[in-house]
Design a protein around this ligand. Structure first.
Ligand code: PMV
Length: 361
């Protein structure tokens, strides 16, 4: 456990409590290539997962702290300028759980202002970007109060550890380009507790595109928490975890070599396995919509005809992420406009790409 290691030390509260300050971070969402689906213990994954860090789908969070007016600190939360009791409750619960890690929080009132770059209820999960932005602000606060400048690598690893406890996939949003979360022999320094960055990445992936086609923007019918739990009785669970380990090892090789043919095959297989697991659980559930399948068919036909290396992946929902190298952007985006937008809700899509991770703004 990293907990003892990460507990905030050396804060002289009487002195620190006299201080007010602010921190502000922009942190991106991420899209998994090898999927995390099934967990145990305290948000520990049953298999390693690998994701692309996005750039245009992000959360911006500003944290203001000041000495508590009452006996104990309170938190005020606003999303796009409005109070959001459900989000506020989630964050409060999270902070309560982290009381041992951030004992100084009890002495402060916190004001949190948050906004997403992507439209609210666009069907894009925001927990990865929002929770990573929030923990980064908390860590800045901790650093400011302690007067110490943390080592950058340790700072982001701790952020990943904290984000993971709020939402597993959030652990992967902290690093540039590609992150891996979960122990894996092929990656030195990999861990169940935090994600790590893949540094020896082929350059083609640093500018990879992700066009997110919004098929349906409603709230998911099955939460990812419920989905993870259903893996416990899934008859294919152990085969899936073994397959995910094999796919992680293969994908790491592909990400280093830049073999796009293998990339296409592996990424699509992972997306469909995720949805196959949902269909095979008890009770079963289907998150794809007819338009999801129509887009997949169109895409495969276009790939066959054009021989361009584009592929799709899916999150736990009906929206389609179209992945392709930057150099074929013009052709692929023309294809999206003419052939795919009719299947998108209100013709909506998000023109995203791989990014270099969170930053202060
Ligand atoms: O982080 P969670 O608990 O919302 O789970 C995310 C699961 C998937 O998005 C379906 C896959 C993944 O690895 O991101």
């Amino acid at each position: 456990m990293l907990k003892t290691f990460y507990v905030s030390q050396a804060l002289k509260l009487e002195k620190a409590a006299a201080l007010s300050g602010t921190a502000a971070w922009q942190s991106p969402s991420n899209i998994a290539l090898v999927k995390y689906w099934g967990k145990h213990g305290h948000q520990l994954p049953n298999n390693p997962s690998v994701s692309l860090t996005l750039a245009e789908a992000y959360t911006r969070t500003r944290l203001l702290w000041r000495p508590a007016e009452g006996k104990t600190g309170r938190m005020f939360f606003r999303f796009h300028g409005k109070e959001e009791p459900a989000f506020a409750e989630k964050m409060k619960k999270y902070l309560e759980k982290q009381a041992e890690v951030f004992p100084f929080l009890a002495a402060f009132d916190l004001e949190v202002e948050s906004s997403n770059s992507f439209p609210h209820s666009s069907g894009i999960a925001s927990s990865a970007s929002s929770m990573s932005a929030f923990v980064l602000c908390l860590l800045d606060m901790e650093a400011r109060l302690s007067g110490q400048t943390p080592d950058e690598e340790a700072f982001f690893r701790k952020a990943s550890w904290l984000a993971r406890q709020a939402s597993g996939s959030a652990a992967r949003s902290l690093f540039p380009y590609v992150s891996l979360w979960g122990e894996c022999q092929e990656m030195e320094g990999s861990s169940q507790e935090t994600a790590v960055a893949l540094t020896d990445l082929h350059p083609v992936f640093r500018t990879y595109r992700d066009s997110i086609l919004i098929v349906h923007s409603g709230v998911k019918t099955v939460s990812s928490r419920a989905g993870h739990t259903l893996m416990e009785g899934n008859p294919f669970a152990s085969a899936r975890y073994a397959q995910a380990r094999v796919n992680t090892a293969r994908l790491l090789g592909i990400l280093r070599s830049g073999n796009l043919e293998d990339f296409v095959q592996l990424v699509e297989s992972e997306a469909l396995q995720l949805h196959a697991l949902m269909m095979a659980s008890t009770p079963s559930f289907v998150l794809m919509k007819p338009e999801t399948l129509q887009i997949i068919e169109k895409l495969r036909q276009f790939r066959y005809e054009s021989q361009l290396p584009l592929c799709f992946t899916l999150d736990a929902g009906p929206n389609v992420h179209l992945l392709y190298p930057d150099e074929v952007r013009t052709q692929v985006q023309e294809f999206i406009h003419t052939e795919l937008l009719p299947y998108c809700e209100g013709g909506r899509w998000i023109d995203d790409h791989v990014g270099d991770g969170p930053f202060r703004y």
